[in-house]
Design a protein around this ligand. Sequence first.
Ligand code: BGC
Length: 756
Amino acid sequence: MMQPTLLAVLLGFSAVAVAAAVSPASAQRRHDPATVARVDALLARMTVEEKVGQMTQLTIGVVAAEGTPQRDSVRIDPAKLREALVNRHVGSLLNVVGGSLTLDGWHALIGQVQDVATRETRLGIPVLYGIDFVHGANYTRGGTLFPHNLGLAATFDVDLARTAGEVTGDEALASGLPWNFAPVLDVGRLPLFPRFYETFGEDPLVTATLGGAAVRGMQRSGRVAATLKHYLAYSIPRSGRDRTPADVTPREVREIFLPPFAQAVREGARTVMVNSGEIDGEPVHASRYWLTDVLRGELGFDGVIVTDWEDIYFLHTRHRVAPTIKDAVRMAVDAGIDVSMSPSDYRFTDALIELVREGTIPESRLDESVRRILLLKAELGLLDAPHPDPAHRRLFATEASVRSAREAARRSITLLKNDGGILPLRRDARILVTGPAAASLTALNGGWTYTWQGTDASHFPEEPRTLLEAMLRRGSDVRYVAGSGFTQAGDLGAALDAAKNADVVVVAVGEDAYSEWVGNIDDLTLPEPQLRLIEAVQATGTPVVLVLVEGRPRVISRVADRARGIVMAYWPGMYGGDAIADVLFGEVNPSGKLPFTYPRHPNALATYDHRYTETTNNDFGRGPGGFNPQWEFGHGLSYTTYAYRDLRLGSPSIGPADSLAVRVTVANTGARAGRETVLLFTRQHYASVTPSMRRLRAFRTVELQPGESRELTFTIAADDLRFVARDGRRVLEPGAFDVMVGGLTGTFHVTAGGTR
Ligand code: BGC
């Protein structure tokens, strides 16, 4: 039931009128005039302290009772909560304390918070609570957990990404949480980066398309706000380590990293979180250019900009561009932030009040941010229904949601190698399962699972299966030996003995869960103990199938050649064990494709859209071979085979306002039904900025029965062929282009260009 709050009653608005004013998420959001009037009336009554409070976000730990276990539910210290909400006017909270809560726990917590906010504060403005549901409802016990974005991207399936967004948004709503800090729209260009798995891979189009769909899905109820993060170029730190400088050119930022944010803004995303790092020496939290000129001016974003964790203070303590905390606050507010994820104290709050009082920051600047924050609260329905609605519980972990998470996991699994048809496995084969990822649920789910790091197995439900359990259910003779830890050596002798008596060895290797900087590494190579285990079982002569359960591509070139089969599972989420086993035993015909370039060497990290000079070898540019990854972007095998033929272009040339129709026929030439993702690339022969060897321009998935073929038509607009010139503008240059699909190439010309 929607209850009118004290605020609504005071202001004379009925819940019904406001419900009508809550507009659904749309690409071109128009704020309802009645909502705007309501927010402005509220704003007019607010003190400076109340305004600054609305711009402050605290982590829930600040108001939690000390010394009590914070499992299942959070115990609040009422005095601390009152200090935050009543005395300091804090408008937003986030996070968990000891990890995931039950649905009841969330409802009780949010209820308690909103009771104080709406009944005890002067204006009764509800709190906006934020959470990181990054691969499903990962902080609510029993929530539906999907593969992380990297695995989702391997499906290249826009509908699946949208569904994952819908389920996540709906389960956030069911938990009483209206603000989700997802999706990550950073483009994963650097596998060292410990948040690689949170990205949709290395291609901007895939990131924009799947990320945009996720936003649309997540916000479909109109009651949950998505957050585009981390704006901008967070994922390309030169050191590979989290929150370190991205020394990337503004041109590249616009070419690669900006388009997904632009797309998601068009999809109606309500909030944006800022990159904790810096671009070309300028911390993004202090960048008026990126936050205001580009995000608001060029992209037209009119929602709320939230900082990342403690990042305003870091302008002083880490980036050292601000001599004091007060300078840091001034810089970030000048740059354009609306909400400071402070998150553990009131230094931001105090400094901002002081800056306004002394006239350094005009109060009108606060009004801009607070207006946006209150509009967000109003449009999410919080002003009228701040408490979790028990009726929304029915949206939680439904059968359909679980089905879609299972489907996403199955569809993400990517078959990288299958020599001599070692896969699928026979059910009656003598199978040894070994390796550190085989019996681990934490590794299947990765970071952000029940706890920040995802490593506390005690939060996990009983029912989902590890890969080993899934294998035991399917095979008639499956044995298990641990073999090795993720980073520590194990009993190789036992693995060796068992391997000798097996028909095939499945070695599940990779990475256990981590989040953010905790996942920093100095070497992309798979840790030595795991390589030793693989080499040991390979030495027995028994065929070896590797299963890679990892958040980023760890280099395995030392063992890849001798592996008969290799399956990439990414971090597939709660249903990953079943999904991998389904692929290994052939119940599912694999259809995932790599959404990134899998490196062969730790220092050879060129992406698929590299330039020509990156392909040449050390022989004065005469020979190729400089680009030699383990597997290319888009690589992924199937238990059936496909053939591409009859590539036909609608016209040999197009003008700058035209589109080109590209037709191609795809045939299933094998014996099994399958799902093939068709990737269409273009390449410009010559351009004033060195052109990429190829750029993905379109993709589509088709299901084909054995012997079936289908003609697909793609439409490529000349506008899609623009690139960012050094002056930052998007230019189309006339000349010859290749279009490449499934090994076929055609050529066409663009007759005239132009700049925008
Ligand atoms: C992360 C963000 C996250 C925030 C709140 C930060 O450390 O970088 O992605 O949304 O914490 O938990």
